[in-house]
Design a protein around this ligand. Structure first.
Ligand SMILES: Nc1ncnc2c1ncn2[C@@H]1O[C@H](COP(=O)(O)OP(=O)(O)O)[C@@H](O)[C@H]1O
Ligand SMILES: [Mg+2]
Length: 252
């Protein structure tokens, strides 16, 4: 269980998060919808501890991570993995080296002990096969398409089996077919690893494909949160705008 209480964050005097409250249940996929620039990435950065809120708290399984620093913060957030919008692969490393990176650097996620090369290799192969990237181990990120880079970035997370996955606009900039492959992977990972997933997006098609619950991030707060089937009934101008923009036009 993740509990976000009255979270506030400003940059240069502009308040982006204005007392945001949110609870995320274990094992669910929560999609946080919001217009561009509303503060979705800011929220994710607070959740994974890259940035500290100005006020309020974030509690993960009973630990108030927003108060932790250094190794205690690292220990609290090491079971979280974030898929950044720009994938953030290391350009000079092969896909295999990128995927192995966490295990080589930090050892066994459970106890921090170094892992034998053979086990690293097996876990890398397993992760790459889960995202459908077997056979491209020696390729560099620059050899891959945008969708494949996303999948490689996902393999790099899967390899240490996080309990919580954070996705920052996972389908933005992808064509519809590739976006659907990523949506399917998000669902598959959640089922296979029994993970909790938090996905921020402005892609309504993706939202309805992957979500258990949907929240609307609006004006620095969570304006609404509901089960997926209830969401389209909510009478809010921003949701209406999202719904209007996502209905495909039919040309006779
Ligand atoms: N590190 C930062 N320094 C200054 N302003 C920031 C910083 N990060 C985010 N912001 C501002 O906060 C607002 C929300 O940004 P962001 O979370 O990236 O939006 P989005 O919902 O599109 O992910 C924007 O106005 C952005 O300019
Ligand atoms: Mg963003």
């Amino acid at each position: 269980m993740i509990r976000v209480k009255d979270l506030k964050k400003s940059y240069n005097g502009t308040e982006v998060l204005k007392g945001l409250n949110l609870e995320i249940h274990e094992g669910e996929t929560l999609v946080i919808l919001g217009r561009s620039g509303v503060g979705k990435s800011v929220l994710l950065r607070q959740l994974i501890g890259i940035e500290k809120p100005d006020d309020g708290s974030i509690e993960i399984d009973g630990k108030v991570i927003s108060e932790l620093t250094g190794s205690s913060l690292y220990n609290a957030v090491k079971e979280m993995g974030m898929l950044f919008q720009a994938s953030a692969l290391f350009d000079s490393m092969t896909i295999e080296e990128n995927t192995a990176f966490y295990l080589v650097e930090h050892g066994n996620p459970e106890d921090g002990r170094p892992l034998p090369k053979k086990e690293i290799h097996e876990r890398v192969q397993e992760a790459l096969s889960m995202v459908g990237l077997e056979g491209i181990e020696k390729a560099l990120p620059s050899d891959l398409s945008g969708g494949m880079r996303k999948r490689a970035a996902l393999a790099r997370l899967i390899v240490y089996k996080p309990k919580i996955f954070l996705y920052d606009e996972p389908t933005t900039g992808l064509d519809p077919i590739t976006a659907m492959q990523i949506n399917d992977l998000i669902v598959f990972i959640q089922k296979k690893l029994h993970a909790t997933s938090i996905v921020v997006t402005h892609d309504l098609c993706s939202t309805f494909h992957i979500a258990n619950r949907i929240a609307l991030h609006h004006e620095g707060k969570i304006a609404f949160i509901s089960e997926k089937k209830e969401f389209s009934k909510i009478n809010h101008p921003v949701i209406k705008e999202f719904l209007k923009n996502s209905v495909p036009e039919i040309h006779p």
